[in-house]
Write a protein that binds this ligand. Structure first.
Ligand SMILES: CC(=O)SCCNC(=O)CCNC(=O)[C@H](O)C(C)(C)COP(=O)(O)OP(=O)(O)OC[C@H]1O[C@@H](n2cnc3c(N)ncnc32)[C@H](O)[C@@H]1OP(=O)(O)O
Ligand SMILES: O=C(O)CCC(=O)C(=O)O
Length: 391
């Protein structure tokens, strides 16, 4: 058995759409994390890793940003990857032309649709905004692009206006509409309501771009899928503007193991992609980050280690191999005899029960004095308790 999750998950009769598309925006929204700047080579390497994972679409960048950005997006678009390559464009001809110059398969064209965005950023009214958006969609469709239209700040946009925008976008032949929860401010129930409402008015595919300002990006994405959306935007390690976006690894594994929806991802590549993104973005992944954090398969507590040695699924919902991770047993203040014995066995040392108890005591004492129990410290403890040995 590779995983063991709650059997009660199945009792909730949930219905997900048949075909769910994950479009990953690590290389665009992820790169918008303050201080991050990826080189074209780094972007290409990350795109190749995402492709190995069998990602459906890669949002490779925002071509109008710079000539180096165009170079990067173009290189990714021409790499022959299986994933569809898309890029971001404002509702401006110049932005769409920049995307076209990069040979992408499609674009996400966006416009802030809420009154606060229209008034303070766009400085135009709703009618003008609607016309500008349709012109952009028309222009991109005329150039045979896959076109997604994103209503930025959709979750704070007047519902009637949002319905009109998406309906009109549908009439203009858009391939997908995006609900962008730009400042991560909707609840899972709010998202469920919004998607259900919009589905009464548009037949086009609906994707969700959720931010994590309240830690709800994953829940909001799943809630939206359950209401009938069939696309989700993600980033590796959940990076992105402010609190970041829905994390790719979390949604893949939650859908697969918690909800029983296997999207065919090669999950054993997950840790690799995560490490690569951490390395190039220099954003340290928190140790407790779900799925890919350093502590996800590390155990120190004696009671846990004792059980994990017998059967890892006692204290792990799934095995590290599933995501290309590794289990590690750590010695410290919370260690018990079983953990220390396992370490001694690994080092090839035989001790009697009395010595084992003393070693456990010394491990705790040393850690409480501030020392990490690495191999060197452990050897010194064993030496101190049993006399000299040859490691
Ligand atoms: C929610 C999101 O994540 S949206 C993506 C955000 N990403 C980025 O901004 C990263 C890259 N950005 C950049 O490199 C630059 O901001 C550029 C190249 C896009 C634009 O640079 P500049 O021309 O110097 O504009 P500046 O950054 O000062 O302001 C943004 C402009 O875009 C306009 N704008 C914003 N959204 C849209 C839109 N959907 N359609 C048309 N114009 C838009 C703003 O109104 C503003 O226009 P103004 O210059 O006439 O005032
Ligand atoms: O809808 C999208 O895919 C992009 C929108 C976006 O980046 C945002 O609103 O935060």
């Amino acid at each position: 058995m590779q995983y063991f999750v709650s059997p009660y998950n199945k009792e909730a009769k949930l219905k997900f759409p048949k075909n769910i598309t994950i479009y990953d925006t690590t290389l665009r929204d992820g790169e918008q994390t303050p201080d991050v700047c990826l080189s074209p080579d780094e972007k290409l390497e990350i795109a190749i890793e995402l492709d190995k994972l069998k990602i459906h679409q890669i949002e490779a960048g925002f071509p109008i940003v710079s000539s180096q950005e165009r170079q990067a997006v173009k290189a990714i678009a021409n790499e022959g990857l299986n994933a569809k390559i898309i890029s971001l464009a404002r509702t401006k001809k110049s932005d769409i032309d920049a995307a076209l110059s990069c040979d992408v398969d499609g674009i996400i064209t966006f416009m802030g649709a809420s009154d606060i965005h229209l008034e303070h950023k766009m400085k135009i009214g709703r009618e003008k905004a609607l016309n500008v958006c349709m012109k952009a969609i028309e222009y991109a469709k005329d150039h045979d692009l896959f076109v997604a239209f994103s209503a930025e700040d959709a979750t704070r946009t007047d519902l009637d206006f949002l319905k009109r925008l998406y309906k009109k976008a549908e009439d203009y032949g858009v391939d997908r509409v995006h609900i962008a929860d730009t400042v991560g401010c909707i609840s899972p129930n709010g998202m469920n309501f919004l998607v259900a409402e919009l589905k009464k008015h548009v037949k086009t595919d609906i994707a969700l771009h959720c931010h994590n300002d309240f830690g709800l990006a994953l829940a909001n994405s799943i809630s939206g899928l359950l209401a009938g959306a069939n696309g989700v935007s993600t980033t590796v390690n959940g990076i992105g503007e402010r609190a970041g976006n829905t994390s790719l690894e979390e949604i893949i594994m939650a859908l697969k193991l918690i909800y029983g929806v296997d999207l065919g991802f090669k999950t054993k590549h997950i840790q690799n992609v995560s490490n690569l993104v951490e390395k190039y973005t220099q954003i340290k992944t928190p140790p407790n980050k779900s799925i890919v954090g350093r502590n996800i398969f590390r155990h120190e507590s004696g009671i846990h280690v004792d059980a994990v040695i017998e059967e890892p699924l006692t204290y792990e919902p799934f095995l590290p191999e599933m995501v290309g991770g590794q289990r590690k047993l750590v010695l410290g203040k919370h260690s018990g005899c079983r953990a220390v014995k396992a370490k001694l066995d690994q080092c090839g040392f035989e001790v009697n029960d009395n010595e084992l108890c003393k070693i456990v005591e010394e491990v705790k004492k040393n850690r409480e004095k501030g020392k990490y129990i690495n191999d060197k410290v452990f050897s010194e403890i064993v030496k101190h308790v049993t006399g000299p040995f040859d490691p």
